[in-house]
Design a protein around this ligand. Structure first.
Ligand SMILES: CC(C)(COP(=O)(O)OP(=O)(O)OC[C@H]1O[C@@H](n2cnc3c(N)ncnc32)[C@H](O)[C@@H]1OP(=O)(O)O)[C@@H](O)C(=O)NCCC(=O)NCCS
Length: 253
């Protein structure tokens, strides 16, 4: 059927890790306008489950309606419960293009796309659904000839940030956006994996001031790790000439 696609591992766990855990078949499909009600309903359920409203920027019905008209822009994960996760790419207008916030030149902005929004129903977390959908989006964007992909992530959202960094994105900026909320701006080049030099600093995810200084001095955030004092973000410079370079490319999951 149009819009459907094969998945190598066609089963996911509902209530993963709980006594009620179940193994269920699922399907990843491209979304269209007819999925609007399901997307809005899921966005509402996910928003209600969050510890802080800052984590997820809510999108309006009008926004989704327009976005879902674009071919291959929306992806959904379906089980017997219906739509349990969605993700959306967006080709931004010039004035909202995050490429200009990560240093892309004017002529590059038309090759930049956004991973706009992703949400997984709480009962289905832990199945790498964000990463599975992002992989498919990146494949679509490559096929469409895009080179640059940007997204925003809250410093209060280590789950999403970890997924981005593990898929080869780097933190290029940290800014106040969306009604005074801090957001990392993460970036990935689809044609050239970014080579990251040896680690120069690791600071707490919640230490905004130190991260602003590191980014200001030209470092990029490239890894998350959990230490005794909480979650740390590792920073390094792009490029370098030693063997200790990390090549930022997504490992297969
Ligand atoms: C961010 C999000 C999409 C990740 O969902 P996912 O793809 O299911 O996450 P993963 O499979 O990578 O989860 C990895 C681990 O983190 C846990 N986890 C993921 N999201 C979590 C959350 N919001 N709260 C608590 N634990 C979470 C998973 O249970 C899993 O744990 P395990 O390794 O012990 O099994 C999901 O948390 C979500 O929908 N959050 C609300 C919306 C949001 O933040 N969107 C992103 C905006 S940038």
């Amino acid at each position: 059927m149009a819009g459907r696609m094969a998945e190598i591992s066609p089963q996911i766990k509902k209530h993963k890790g709980l006594p009620s855990e179940e193994l269920l078949s699922f399907e990843m499909q491209f979304l269209r306008e007819g999925h609007l009600a399901g997307v809005l309903d899921l966005q509402e359920q996910v928003a209600k489950s969050l510890p802080s409203a800052e984590i997820l920027r809510l999108h309006s019905g009008r926004f989704f309606e327009k976005a879902l008209r674009a071919e291959r822009a929306g992806l959904g994960i379906f089980t017997g419960d219906g739509l349990v996760a969605f993700s959306l790419i967006c080709i931004p207008p010039r004035e909202r293009n995050l490429g200009s916030e990560v240093g892309l030149g004017e002529e590059e902005l038309c090759k930049a796309a956004h991973l706009q929004v992703v949400a997984v129903h709480p009962a289905y977390r832990g199945n790498s659904l964000q990463r599975r959908m992002a992989e498919r989006h990146l494949q679509v964007l490559r096929e469409m000839g895009y080179e640059h992909v940007c997204s925003t992530v809250s410093p209060q959202n280590p789950f999403s940030l970890r997924n981005f960094l593990e898929q080869g994105f780097v933190i290029k900026a940290l800014k106040v956006k969306f009604a005074s909320q801090w957001r990392y701006i993460v970036y990935k080049n689809l044609l050239r994996p970014i080579a990251i030099g040896p680690e120069e600093a690791a600071v707490s995810l919640s230490d905004i001031a130190s991260q602003l200084e590191l980014l200001e001095s030209g470092l990029l955030g490239f890894d998350l790790r959990t230490g005794p004092s909480g979650i740390l973000v590792a920073y390094a410079r792009e490029g370098g000439s030693t063997e200790s370079l990390h090549l930022k490319e997504a490992p297969p999951h």
